[in-house]
Write a protein that binds this ligand. Structure first.
Ligand code: C2E
Ligand code: MG
Ligand code: MG
Length: 397
């Protein structure tokens, strides 16, 4: 009887150990870590942030383990650099001086974990074990994509998104929409709204969405503030400018910088914080808003009525101004429920000495109702559309 030969068992390719970049400026700790890491990784060990940044631009790593306080470039900036090229690589940060701000920023940028020095070897070891597994998973996914089994290279998508996003920032202009005092019928200020000519990001929402995915919200905020200040500085009509903030902008030092272009105009600026986003994860929001007030800024709650129920944003920010979401304004003349709600909100805000802006007024009926209900300031297409360059409302009633 002839036995057909068994097909040769496929020999699994030897898997190279994952490649780890270690950045630590303390020589003895670095050497001890290398000894420990070499059991599981192929290690590249460097002492400062600048040379790590250079290496990261040239080479792909599976895991990054870095100190936060480094010469040249700190660990958070290094993490930002890693994320601009690769959304997935696990990054472990170590620090001897933990602080809430850097911990929050590290988590925002997708750090795998944040380890406090001196650490127990077991803590680092289990973080590394997890990082190694994630690195192996990412590698297996890349191999599946290379083998044509579906999916696409996230890094390619990431690179394409980065290119579009950079074009959106480079082309960003600011449109100004008038905000009108209902009694004097004069334009008291303008809301600054970003506009980009990048075709894949036609709305502010699309730009913000890309910024969130790329962990580059601060780049948007800085660009908006700089261009708003440049466009506003020239006018000396005493008008206010209302500038939208993303909740994460509250964590950006540039917002508080006395030399930043918008800070110089702060006593004419109202910062809008939207009710749509959760602000509970911004530690210290009260303290931060107090800092902003010290610089001269006023605070508005934006989109009231569209966000979470409850009064957290009132208690946290104690705003001078409240902007009613246009969902409360739309068709108000034929909704008694909306009229009751808006009437109550306007009355309560008056008692609390907060000014009310009604947003999104499109018809004369909506305008008449909002005036009747005691909304002091008005904004909407009826009174003036957002336009590049300031144009006061020409609407008369
Ligand atoms: P928002 O801050 O509530 O701004 C008002 C939005 O309503 C603007 O949309 C404005 O064009 C639109 N609008 C004004 N009047 C009317 C009206 O009568 N009818 C209708 N249908 N719409 C009206 P836009 O410019 O598309 O912005 C959308 C949102 O994107 C903004 O809502 C704000 O949350 C965000 N955004 C815009 N610019 C910026 C920015 O520079 N930074 C940040 N963080 N967010 C921004
Ligand atoms: Mg707004
Ligand atoms: Mg709004």
């Amino acid at each position: 009887m002839s036995v057909s030969p068994r097909p040769p068992r496929s020999v699994p390719r030897p898997v190279a150990p994952p490649h780890l970049l270690l950045v630590e400026d303390d020589t003895s700790l670095r050497e001890a870590l290398v000894r420990m890491l070499e059991r599981r990784f192929e290690v590249t060990a460097l002492a400062d942030g600048a040379s790590a940044a250079e290496r990261l631009r040239a080479e792909r790593f599976d895991v990054v383990l870095s100190d936060i306080h480094l010469h040249g470039m700190n660990g958070i900036d290094l993490l930002r650099l890693v994320r601009s090229a690769d959304l997935d690589v696990p990054v472990i940060l170590m620090t001897g001086l933990p602080d809430v701000d850097s911990a929050i920023e590290a988590m925002d940028l997708g750090a795998l974990t944040y380890i406090k020095k001196p650490f127990d070897v077991g803590v680092l070891d289990s973080a590394l074990a997890r990082a190694a597994k994630l690195a192996a998973l990412a590698r297996a996914k890349r191999e599946a994509i290379d083998a044509g089994l579906g999916g696409s290279h996230a890094s390619n998508e990431h690179a394409a998104l980065t290119t579009s996003f950079d074009r959106a920032l480079a082309s960003m202009k600011i449109a100004f929409q008038p905000i009108v005092d209902g009694r004097s019928r004069t334009t008291i200020g303008y809301e600054a709204l970003m506009r980009s000519s990048e075709p894949t990001m036609p709305t502010p929402g699309a730009v913000l969405d890309a910024a969130e995915r790329l962990s580059r919200i601060h780049d948007v905020g800085r660009c908006v503030r700089e261009r708003t200040a440049a466009a506003f500085e020239s006018g000396d009509d005493g008008a206010l400018v209302f500038v939208n903030l993303h909740a994460a902008d509250l964590l950006d030092d540039d917002l508080f910088d006395a030399d930043a272009p918008l800070t110089k105009l702060a006593n004419r600026v109202v910062l809008e914080i939207t009710e749509r986003a959760a602000i509970s994860d911004i530690s210290d929001a009260r303290h931060r808003t107090a800092e902003l007030r010290r610089r001269g800024y006023k605070i508005a709650i934006d989109d009231l009525g569209a966000g979470y129920a409850g009064l957290t944003s009132f208690a946290t920010f104690e705003p001078e101004i409240v902007k009613l979401d246009m969902s409360l304004v739309r068709g108000i003349e034929s909704s008694s429920v909306k009229r009751i709600i808006v009437g109550r909100i306007a009355g309560l805000c008056r008692d609390l000495q907060m000014r009310v802006v009604a947003e999104g007024i499109e018809t004369t009926d909506e305008l008449a109702c909002m005036l009747d209900l005691g909304c002091e300031y008005l904004q909407g297409f009826l009174l003036g559309r957002p336009e590049e360059g300031r144009r006061a409302s020409a609407y008369r009633w």
